[in-house]
Design a protein around this ligand. Sequence first.
Ligand SMILES: Cc1cc2nc3c(=O)[nH]c(=O)nc-3n(C[C@H](O)[C@H](O)[C@H](O)COP(=O)(O)OP(=O)(O)OC[C@H]3O[C@@H](n4cnc5c(N)ncnc54)[C@H](O)[C@@H]3O)c2cc1C
Length: 382
Amino acid sequence: MVGLGVAGMSAAVRLLKAGWEPVIVERAPRRRTGGHFIGLFAEGRKAAAELGVLDLMHLRTPLSHRAVAVGEDGTRSTSTGFLDRPGNPDALLRGDVEAALWTAVDGRVEVRFDTTPVHIDARVDGASVALHDAERDYTENFYLVVGADGIRSTVRRLVFGPDERFLRPMHIVSWTFQLDEQVPSYGPAEQIMAVQPRRALWILPFADLPPAAFFLYRTRKVRDELAADPADRLPLRFEGMNGGGAVAHALAELNRRPDLIVDAAEQVRMPTWHRDRVVLVGDAAWCMSAYGAMGVTTGLQGALALGDALTADPRSIPTALANYERHLRPVMRSHQRWARLLSQIYVPSNRPAARLRATALAAITNRRLKAVATHRPDRLGR
Ligand SMILES: Cc1cc2nc3c(=O)[nH]c(=O)nc-3n(C[C@H](O)[C@H](O)[C@H](O)COP(=O)(O)OP(=O)(O)OC[C@H]3O[C@@H](n4cnc5c(N)ncnc54)[C@H](O)[C@@H]3O)c2cc1C
């Protein structure tokens, strides 16, 4: 297993249960914690329950949240936000999911930190992997190699080809971090959406933490944006935008944030996820970008499906891997299409798209509020 993220740990937990002896190699010197805001959907909760980790997961969904849309003129209106999406996503940090999985991995699975593959010789009966760690280079044979090393997967590059062949840019850059406190004049469980053509700020609430700020904008010059200092670049990109006070509040906190996470939205599209005894799972195989908000859910779900397929056909790895792909490929392709569409909800690409977005959200919100008023007056928003 390469990668100690959601997909890698989930695959290890599933295979351990099936009697395998997984080894995880992780490039980082230690397990990471924290991470960005995550919506965990019903399929992800189901997969986590099957892996035996759902009860270990610290969910941070506010009990009665409300989404507030802030217009360009500063007017505020109730809207339909992230946590109102079908599938009732729970709010948590990526680190909360990883911490739960780690409880199932720690002491049961061999984990080698500071270690990365530098060469992989994939064969029909196994794979020789040249590994590099802080002290030495060595080669080891494995029965199966699972590449769960994220969007810029080394396993994918070594076995399937260079990133350029598989990465599809979406021309959106985002910067996200935890605020010290909610934007003044908003309730702690209010989600704020300040959305304009080509730029947006979302403030996403938690039950027991200050909210997360999610700045995003569209650009054709992604590389330049990533190379720039966010303390210079974000005020420039959000110049003249007030967002009901949210923009100034979040920008004021920007310099104090060690946990700033930058993302250049990309999708991974591959004709196949396996070759001989090497298989990819999670973002390495099907990254759909932050805008589907399904990467963690599908990381859990996909790793579980991989383990299930290998357990169903333990004597024929090619059949198991072919079944794994046949089962998951349509699901992931559909999530990727949705992610492209949903990116227009997060940050519309032009003014007509922004108008269409506003009209669609207003209609959805009216219908939802009517349904809530009629059937569930005590649970606005859920
Ligand atoms: C801003 C943002 C918001 C998001 N919101 C959501 C959301 O609401 N809901 C949701 O489900 N998803 C969301 N996602 C996506 C989600 O975070 C990812 O899809 C998911 O974390 C991917 O998990 P993974 O295990 O496949 O890969 P990763 O999390 O990337 O883990 C890969 C691991 O492999 C390690 N690694 C990398 N290279 C090597 C190497 N060469 N050797 C050894 N180890 C290596 C890395 O250090 C890491 O530990 C969001 C993403 C972003 C950026």
